[in-house]
Design a protein around this ligand. Sequence first.
Ligand code: IMP
Ligand code: MG
Length: 194
Amino acid sequence: MIMLPRVFQRETGAVLVKHRIEETLFTADRIQERVEELAAAITEDYRDRSPFVMVGILNGAFIFMADLVRQISIPIEFDFMELSSYGSSTKASGVIRIGKDLGVDITDRHVLIIEDIIDTGLTLRFLERDLAGRGAASIEICTLLNKETVNKVDIPVRYTGFNIPDRYVVGYGLDLAGKYRNLPYIAAVSTDGE
Ligand code: IMP
Ligand code: MG
């Protein structure tokens, strides 16, 4: 049993913000069940496109991707990108910066993007356009979570683990200001004052 503090305080500017873990949305077992289903679908769909390139988006997707790929039984090549959007820790700004770029050439390759969560969709819209510009043969998106956000941009998502309400969530790779990624379950946190 992981014992992380359920209340977490941090300073943003001069303000002290307090966060509280409110409720578990998906247990570790429920996540594994869904990951197995997604892996089965990907194995089936990509059989004729293998070896395809799986691009994990750092840092959040690392746990999801690690669990997912161990359930996939066709050849895969892996790479990672680090993307960040400017803004506060809980609100996206839409301005995306590439921290770490791909190491492989994806020209004429089939690419499957692995993301932890889609909120506004701005990050993945940026990435999809960027990778399309590099001449990928196909680009699909697999996200563990997709938020029911009011102002969402339209992007085609091939595989979704769970649709969730518009709440800030942590655990299973997802963070709040760098914390909580190591929780084995996914929980909603309060983000009072932001
Ligand atoms: P988007 O560009 O608005 O779709 O934001 C996507 C990125 O914001 C994700 O890759 C996460 O890094 C981060 N993000 C959005 N919502 C959450 C959340 O509820 N918990 C943790 N990270 C989030
Ligand atoms: Mg992310």
